[in-house]
Design a protein around this ligand. Sequence first.
Ligand code: UD1
Length: 437
Amino acid sequence: MERSEAGAIRILTVVGARPNFMKAAPIIAAVNAHNESLVAGYAGQPEPQVETIRHILVHTGQHYDELMSGSFFNDLNLPKPDIHLGVGSGSHATQTAEIMKKFEEVLLGEKPDIVVVVGDVNSTLACALVTSKISFDSDGSRPVIAHVEAGLRSFDRSMPEEVNRILTDHVSDLLFVTEESGLQNLRNEGASPDKIHFVGNTMIDSLLHFKEKAEASTILEKLGFLGQGRNGEANSSTRYGLLTLHRASNVDNRDVFLNIMAGLEELATDCRIVFPVHPRTRRRITEFGFEFSLGKGTGKHKANEQGSGMIVTEPLGYLDFLCLMKHAALVVTDSGGIQEETTILGIPCVTVRENTERPVTVECGTNTIAGTKRDAIKNAIRRQLGGNRNHGVPKNWDGRAGERIIDILVRRHYEKTSFRSSLFPHTETLEGQYACR
Ligand code: UD1
């Protein structure tokens, strides 16, 4: 039975930068599952009051090229954005302001019931802020703002992402939390408990969903890692490390960048290090004249014949990177999401930052915060390589966060529009399981 879109719940999800895509994909999958369950569950029966969801995907265009954005839509089976704002790069103020101006027009045109923002990038804050001040009528009605990945705090306000996190949480109506520290941080900042829901981690939903598919990636072969075991054994995979660096605080400062590279010297003599280079980092490498020490050029070339040294590549797609992470001996990174992904994969991770907003990754035993000084990084790498791989799994990182979020959004929508709660026989379970009181 075709269900009408007339009374559909209108959910608009915003994506903008690379780490948003894998966080949004499970939410869109859960929307589709919700709509399919209505069609399957009620075919041939009187139509109930629960409506389908009309989903609108908005891409701000903060990241715009194939390597940083386009390939992720293919890998994650994301639908083409309904609306693309095409804002591109700029200073923080320019980028944020451009998104805000264009997103306001979108909101006024689409009038969604709910706006979902994910993560901590400039697009997240810009769209949450616009939504918090929009008014659709003389009563001042506006969409509910839902922040996915709420409550994370590095307590380092020099990070643009920390400012984005705090401000986004403070203007949001629903706060979907990934780990216990997020609950505590939100409570400490006085967030109302009925806004907070501990749903798990949508980035991990994506990882669990695509983990097997990533095995079909040919990246190990392309990098010359298959069938070239140190002892010449067939089909063995070569031991390698994986490196990502893109934080402004690490790569925009020549000395900090040099210190980090020096911290990797020992590892680079022991095994190959694959380094997919972010556009910001690439610019700095050229500017600082680091190409030579990185092994010249940035194509997909093999390292030296002793099986050591750096292999520099373009930014990689989701499935290729996931495959590389799964098989790495060790990951060195300044990313937030990679700290979480290595936690679930049980791969040792050395984080080259002074802090983390994701303390559960350290508590679970796979992540260590090394700072950015050469010797500290060397020691952390030695420790991580020598440690055992036993690790815990953070609570609710079970692949169902997207589903929980959509359940809560639908329930909340009907509560607000005063439909009978008997439409939601599972309401009590949801409260008990996910809400934080
Ligand atoms: C942004 C996010 C950061 C996230 C990271 C993931 C903010 C404040 N920062 O940082 O939290 O971890 O994305 O990548 O939102 N560029 C391209 N092609 C692109 C996109 C960017 O070449 O598709 C270049 C541009 O020259 C741009 C630079 O990379 O100036 C930085 O991009 P930007 O989005 O400003 O910040 P990121 O460092 O990527």
